[in-house]
Design a protein around this ligand. Structure first.
Ligand code: SAM
Length: 204
């Protein structure tokens, strides 16, 4: 992560690479209207890129780490004036500071956080998503318990050495937790750099 220029905006090269492929999927799956809650917004670059491209939707960024909020606000100021100010939202918490959303977007979080964050994400999505609402996840996964790329196996190792509670998740485990919370698995889409877009919908 690096900082450029005179303001508080933080930049990551990963976002520069993945935002356009993610946008193409979001264009297919996001609803026509309502609030999109972005969980683990990080620097805020994704929200600032997506929010102006979905002018019919209200983009609500958030991150558990409030140190990131300055960057999110700076991105909003320069690129996305209609994006909401960030919420302090810990996916693992029992209550969230928002009661309803038409969609939830969570990019590169569940492997860089303890498993309880995935459990909390699914419980929270089950609580606040409107009927038919979409949960969109992006990141690397194991399929049938196996890495499908060498680079993902190496990434998994490096994550676990940084924190034993982190790690690339098995897609079937994520789907099982989602189903328990009333979220139906819709599909996964292969993305660049061995990542997946994974889409769930709240049961009607
Ligand atoms: C690798 S960054 C990804 C940020 C951004 N989505 C992106 O793709 O650039 C992971 C982010 O997840 C956030 N995070 C980790 N655990 C979380 C949790 N339980 N609830 C909310 N945010 C969390 C961190 O603060 C960090 O900003």
């Amino acid at each position: 992560m690096s900082q450029q220029g005179q303001d508080d905006r933080l930049f990551t090269t990963a976002v520069q690479r993945n935002r356009e492929p993610i946008l193409k999927v979001l264009e297919q799956v996001l609803p026509a209207a309502g609030t999109v809650l972005e969980i683990a917004s990080g620097t805020g670059e994704h929200g600032a890129y997506f929010a102006p491209r979905f002018s019919n939707l209200t983009w609500q960024p958030s991150d558990a780490n409030t140190d990131m909020h300055k960057s999110i606000l700076a991105w909003a100021k320069t690129e996305a004036p209609l994006m909401k100010p960030p919420l302090a939202l810990d996916a693992a918490a029992d209550t969230w500071p928002i009661e309803q959303a038409a969609a939830i977007v969570c990019i590169n979080m569940i492997h860089i956080s303890p498993w309880r964050s995935c459990l909390g994400l699914m419980a929270g999505a089950g609580r606040i998503l409107e009927a038919g609402g979409i949960l969109y996840l992006y990141g690397p996964y194991k399929i049938n318990g196996e890495h499908y790329a060498e680079s993902n196996a190496a990434f998994d190792q490096s994550l676990r050495s940084r924190d034993p509670e982190w790690g690339v998740r098995n897609l079937d485990d994520v789907i099982e937790v989602a189903q328990k919370e009333g979220l139906q698995f819709q599909q996964y889409i292969e993305m660049p750099a061995n990542n997946l877009s994974v889409i769930f919908a709240k049961a009607n």
